[in-house]
Design a binder for this molecule. Structure first.
Ligand code: ADP
Ligand code: ADP
Length: 212
């Protein structure tokens, strides 16, 4: 292994991974890596990878494993990855998880558990600040009045795409829970409370597990 131990933040689309990743990153000192953010950056740069990825993202389908693993290999080779990374939204398939095992060891998988109907309302109200990357929600986490006009809604946050993303999650990604449970490193967290409640649960769990 060339890298320190990594952590995975796991859960369905809209579970609150991006919202909670800053906290985990601060506690553990591991830089956050979101494959969704990397792909959106590739799309906005009009790169070849971005062009290919967009057709899958718009339909709510997973981008092919080969593309994702190329991005992850490059990210893991950077200097700040040597003590491990915090993966958000990766891995999403068993082949990705198996490929990751060859690149870094994973010490903990924090799985945010949220029911589908709650997911739909979270995603429908999600807004992002393009200047800071901060994630807001029209109802659950309203942005300050003075920046509301610059907030964006993601292209794939439409009702149809959300349903496809949820079905993709149940078919291709949910089996990863068993994969990591069998390894004894899966920690499930109730993600259905408000943002602060989920943060306190995560904080308690990480501290308990880091202290062994
Ligand atoms: P969300 O957490 O709301 O699902 P993400 O930003 O994690 O959103 O992902 C957006 C889209 O990017 C996904 O629907 C999928 O098309 C693609 N994507 C992100 N990460 C992966 C991955 N690890 N494997 C395959 N596709 C991915
Ligand atoms: P993910 O990264 O898993 O796709 P996000 O962190 O982007 O999810 O959260 C999806 C939406 O739900 C955002 O609008 C966010 O503000 C909101 N949200 C996140 N956590 C909660 C929570 N515990 N309760 C209510 N809304 C939440």
């Amino acid at each position: 292994m060339v890298n320190g131990e990594s952590i995975i933040l796991f859960g369905p689309p809209g579970a609150g991974k991006g919202t909670q990743s800053g906290l985990i990153s601060t506690i553990t000192g591991k830089p956050q890596v979101s494959t969704g953010d990397m792909l959106r950056e590739a799309v906005s740069d009009n790169s070849e990878v971005g062009g290919e990825a967009k057709s899958y993202m718009d339909k709510g389908l997973l981008v092919p494993d080969k593309i994702i693993m190329e991005l992850i290999k490059i990210r893991l080779s950077k200097d700040d990855a040597k003590n491990g990374l915090l993966f958000d939204g990766f891995p999403r398939t068993i082949p990705q998880a198996m490929a990751l095992e060859k690149l870094t060891s994973v010490s903990m998988v924090v799985s945010l558990v949220v029911q589908d109907d709650e997911i739909v309302s979270r995603i429908a109200g999600r807004r992002t600040d393009p200047e800071t990357g901060e994630i807001y929600h029209v109802e659950y986490k309203p942005a300050p009045q003075d920046i509301r006009s610059r907030l964006l809604q993601r292209d794939d946050d439409t009702e149809d795409t959300v349903r496809n993303r949820l079905s993709t999650f149940h078919k291709q990604t949910a089996p990863l829970s068993d994969f990591y449970r069998d390894k004894g490193i899966l920690i499930e967290v109730d993600g259905s409370g408000d943002i602060e409640q989920v943060s306190s649960s995560i904080e308690a769990i990480i501290k308990r597990n880091s202290l062994g």
